[in-house]
Design a protein around this ligand. Structure first.
Ligand SMILES: [Zn+2]
Length: 266
């Protein structure tokens, strides 16, 4: 302590990390800040959770950034019987940076990825960039996830390391996740808030129609309702049809509603 106090520092004191609950700053916070794996207190953690990735992958990223993944070199600190060496090369300690970035196996895999996806992907060491929503960062996260899974399969299922399989899995995952998200967007309601129905003038009737269309199956559903100036139901219809587009569906609903209206007049 006496030696620390003799160190001469220039400039003014500044707060480098925020205190936690009840204005306490426990030693763990300081330790986390000073350890090399730390990426500082300014990491926008909330943005990490908004990345276009499944929750399991985002949780994996979060654990990695917090240095919580059960790497064998880390587990060795707690359990002496664990072999700390890398399962791929059996030469160096298994750490995150070695397994995912610098080992010969992973380096070859990254080079194959660059060729397969024709993408200049930032190296995984660029941790602070992970919160940015770029295609490269998302691809990087998928790669990292499947390298981790392959490592686990070697240990727990005695499966061999297969770079080609990993690339296939990454490609399929990116593709399927994209399709799933596009489908979710398609079903998001586009009318917010709902329009308020306005009644027709007395002695008049009002016809309202609507329809829905499914792009993949080319099926549609149409419906309509006729009400008077008090909002009382006069007639209604609903039907399943085959259509080519949203406009086609709307036109079919309009025609069906017009026919219903004409039938009422005769
Ligand atoms: Zn290795």
């Amino acid at each position: 302590m006496a030696n620390i106090l003799t160190i001469t520092l220039g400039g003014h004191d500044i707060a480098c990390w925020r205190s936690k609950n009840a204005c306490k700053c426990p030693s763990k916070t300081l330790y986390t800040y000073l350890t090399p794996i730390s990426i500082g207190p300014h990491m926008p953690w909330t943005k990490l959770w908004s990345l276009p990735l499944p929750s399991k992958v985002k949780l994996f990223l979060w654990k990695d950034l917090q240095n919580l993944l059960p790497m064998r070199a880390r587990l060795r600190k707690f359990i002496q019987s664990i072999n700390p060496t890398c399962v791929l090369c059996h030469l160096k300690p298994e750490t995150t940076s070695h397994l995912l970035c610098s080992s010969t196996a992973s380096t070859n895999l990254w080079q194959s990825m660059h060729r397969s996806f024709l993408l200049i992907c930032p190296r995984p060491q660029l941790l602070p960039g992970w919160h940015q929503k770029s295609d490269a960062q998302v691809l990087l996260a998928w790669m990292w996830w499947y390298i981790w899974k392959a490592r686990n399969h070697i240990i727990f299922r005695t499966q061999p390391w297969n770079p080609r399989d990993i690339l296939k899995q990454v490609s399929r995952a990116v593709h399927e996740w994209q399709i799933a998200n596009d489908l979710i967007k398609d079903t998001t309601p586009c009318r917010q808030p709902a329009e308020t129905w306005k009644p027709p003038a007395p002695r008049y009737l009002k016809l309202n129609i609507d329809g829905s269309f499914h792009h993949q199956t080319k099926t549609s559903r149409i419906g309509g309702i006729v009400r008077d100036h008090q909002g009382s139901l006069i007639r209604a219809f609903a039907a399943a049809t085959v259509a080519e587009s949203v406009l086609d569906t709307e036109i079919q609903a309009q025609l069906r509603g017009s026919n219903l209206y004409l039938q009422m007049k005769t």
